[in-house]
Design a protein around this ligand. Structure first.
Ligand code: ADP
Ligand code: MG
Length: 698
């Protein structure tokens, strides 16, 4: 391997111990290779310098040249800010700093020529620029001009230590002084067929380029590489599973299944449910391991399908497990299944993080002995200490964060991997599905149980509270129940919790004749469970909640879903939340409550919810509105590798292209022995190793 590339970043010219530590902790840069792979996320054309008199509202980052003529400060303590009046002779703007004031006061002086860079914002009668990047003109003049100035992801800590994009770029330049060549990472036929620039060219151009075209080509090459190896890994995995992985065979439709079907099942299955059960059953008898995705809109009845499949496993002498993303959902599945299945003598147990001590030991022991036939739980199920006697089937419910990696963990639970059924209500676009669930076969429940009335959705602004309340009271009087949901966004948990507590108090006040419960993620599991149970049993009629109820919760008597601050939710999430009602035969309602003045796109988002109940239409619209954001994060966490440059949503064309390329390789070289592709398989192995090492560290 290349010694220099693997060298500790500390020894690179310009780094040293202090910076090495910062680079490692802030950007995960430990070696020279890591540094080269720290790509700028965008480039700025720094040849253009604006005049203050030409500034207009809404401009992005721009450059100015001039001097500071005055400093002043405002506020005290943490609120203290430093301001500088800056002029280039055509007008004045205010530079503002909120953090790190002491260093800044020391660093910048009046009367010196500076080049400043930042986003101008309208401020009082002129413009201001917060925390601009500042450089003395003297330095600027003496530096070779790089037209496409790379902008790297930095953290506050780095900025405070005066490590800027320019610093990173200079370090990369220092590294390149010592690099004679960088090895190619794709096979020549792929490079040629897809018209890619070489790996080395791409790395050079992404950091140092004079032209936008070169940056584009570099980026395309780097994205291609990333996506190609992602696809290669998924397809390799899928091929191995298909050809090599023997699965348990469940030929028997036995007593448990038939008894449940005949005596316990309280309704007729829909045609779609019957069809998917057949599809799954065919897999289970094939002798190969099943990895199947079951898609079905909220309320389409996936749970019962899972239960019936689990019974097939038991009928054939195996254990089954059902895994849910949250404790609440796991508890609910457990409660539902235990009630139905104990009637026919099946032992169901629950295992989550909150099942502790003696109880946990009992469950684990019974599991090992094979006495537990169905184990319901959270991620806790795939932990190493959980041993099954004979696990034959794993059902993963509503889990978008359960990717190839996690599924592989399941495989270790038996001498042959269990069959895996992944259930999801989130329809995702095809290219994305191919990647995240790239190795799965797909079954779709495309029909809701009969007698469901489509949910009526309305959008109100907050001032219409009285009208909403009148509607709610009418439903409560009919004996129905009501959810009121407040957003919970991680970064601002405290504020959101406050909103929830206030909302709860308001609700108690507004509905004095009704009992109101509350539930949120910060409550103890037992409290959550109690709140959920009270609501499910009708002890409380109104449940004030955060999005913990988003997924899967099932209380058929609830007919009203009020979503507060609906503007803060994405469409997919709104749809999931709405799916909590409309589960019984009654007409149900979803009320979206927002502030009054909404951005145009937000208004449209609400409108779509009002117009349609179709999950697929909503998913499409969601992607259009929201952009890749969340979905990307969610999808990413299911992937075998992290993507750095490519976007699984935004680069769907390149995704298809790389998938085809990878498929050709997997087909042409099934044994992984062709000399011309050795480079690919080696690289793939390397990437996987890096990933393992990386997860050991973090
Ligand atoms: P999801 O697919 O969202 O997980 P669930 O499995 O929670 O949906 O089912 C929603 C509701 O529909 C449950 O109350 C369930 O008992 C009921 N249900 C499922 N299948 C049928 C059916 N074939 N006929 C009537 N009700 C059904
Ligand atoms: Mg469900």
């Amino acid at each position: 391997m290349n010694r220099f590339l693997d060298q500790d970043i500390m020894y690179l010219k310009g780094v040293g111990q202090v910076r090495a530590q910062l680079l490692a902790s802030e950007l995960n840069i430990r070696t020279v290779a890591d540094l080269l792979h720290c790509f700028p996320f965008r480039h700025e054309d720094r040849t253009q310098v604006y005049r203050v008199c030409d500034l207009r509202e809404g401009m992005q980052n721009i450059q100015l040249r001039g001097r500071i003529v005055d400093f002043s400060t405002m506020g005290e303590g943490a609120k203290r800010r430093l301001m500088a009046t800056f002029t280039d002779g055509t007008g004045f703007i205010t530079l503002v700093w909120f953090r790190n004031l002491r260093n800044i006061e020391r660093m910048y002086r009046m009367g010196v020529d500076y080049q400043v860079f930042g986003e101008p914002k309208v401020f009082q009668h002129g413009f201001s620029m917060a925390h601009p990047e500042m450089e003395e003109m003297e330095v600027v003049r003496n530096r070779p001009l790089l037209r496409m100035q790379p902008v790297y992801h930095l953290t506050e800590k780095l900025t405070a230590k005066a490590i800027t994009s320019r610093t990173i770029n200079a370090l990369v330049a220092n590294a390149f002084e010592k690099i004679r060549s960088l090895p190619e990472t794709l096979s020549p036929d792929i490079v040629a067929a897809h018209r890619l620039v070489s790996h080395e060219q791409a790395i050079r151009d992404i950091h140092f380029s004079q032209s936008a075209e070169a940056v584009t080509l570099a980026r395309r090459r780097l994205k291609f590489e990333e996506l190609f190896y992602l696809q290669l890994s998924i397809l390799q995995y899928a091929r191995n599973r298909r050809t090599e992985t023997l699965g348990w065979s469940f030929p028997k439709v036995g007593e448990y299944f038939l008894k449940f079907y005949g005596e316990v099942l309280p309704f007729q299955l829909t045609a779609a449910q019957k069809r998917v059960i057949k599809e799954i059953h065919a897999d289970l008898q094939s002798g190969r391991q099943m990895n199947r995705l079951l898609q079905g809109d909220v309320g389409s009845g996936k749970t019962i399908v899972a239960a019936l499949i689990a019974l097939l496993a038991i009928d054939n002498g195996f254990q089954a497990c059902i895994m849910a993303p949250t404790e609440i959902l796991a508890e609910q599945h457990y409660a539902g299944l235990a009630a139905q299945l104990q009637a026919i003598g099946v032992r169901v147990e629950l295992l989550t993080g909150s099942v502790k001590g003696k109880r946990r030991q009992e469950v684990l022991e019974a599991l090992r002995m094979g006495d537990v036939q169905i184990l319901v739980g959270t991620h806790a199920l795939i932990e190493p200490g959980v041993e099954f006697r004979n696990l034959g089937l794993a059902v993963i419910d509503e889990q978008h964060r359960f990717g190839v990696k996690q599924r592989a963990k399941l495989w270790e639970k038996n001498v042959r991997p269990p069959h895996v059924l992944v259930m999801t209500a989130t329809p995702i676009p095809r290219t994305l599905a191919m990647t995240v669930y790239g190795d799965l076969d797909v079954s779709i429940i495309n029909e809701l149980p009969p007698g469901r009335k489509p949910i009526t959705t309305r959008h109100y602004s907050r001032i219409a509270r009285d009208r909403i309340q009148a509607g709610v009271v009418a439903e409560l009087k009919r004996g129905r129940q009501v959810y009121i949901v407040y957003p919970l966004i991680q970064e601002n948990e405290k504020l959101d919790l406050k909103a929830l507590e206030e909302g709860y108090a308001d609700t108690v006040r507004a509905y004095p004749e009704w009992r109101v419960g509350k539930i949120h993620g910060k409550m103890k599991p037992a409290e959550k469970e109690a709140a959920m149970r009270d609501f499910a049993q009708g002890e409380t009629q109104i449940l004030v909640s955060t999005t913990v109820i988003e997924v899967g919760v099932n209380v058929p008597n609830a007919s009203v879903m009020i979503i507060e601050n609906a503007e803060r939710f994405g469409l997919a999430q709104l749809h999931q939340l709405r799916g909590r009602v409309g589960r019984g035969a009654e007409q149900s309602y979803c009320i979206l409550v927002t502030k009054e003045n909404l951005a145009e796109t937000t208004r449209e988002r609400m409108q779509i919810m009002v117009e349609t109940n179709d999950g697929f239409r909503i998913a499409e619209a969601d992607l259009k509105f929201r952009g890749p954001g969340d979905l990307e994060g969610t999808a990413q966490s299911g992937l075998p590798f992290r993507l750095q440059v490519a976007s699984i949503v935004g680069d769907s064309t390149l995704m298809s292209e790389t998938r085809e390329a990878a498929a050709r390789i997997v087909e042409a070289d099934p044994q992984e022995t062709l000399p011309q592709y050795r480079i690919l398989w080696n690289r793939l192995r390397q990437l996987k190793e890096d990933l393992t090492n990386y997860s050991d560290i973090s």
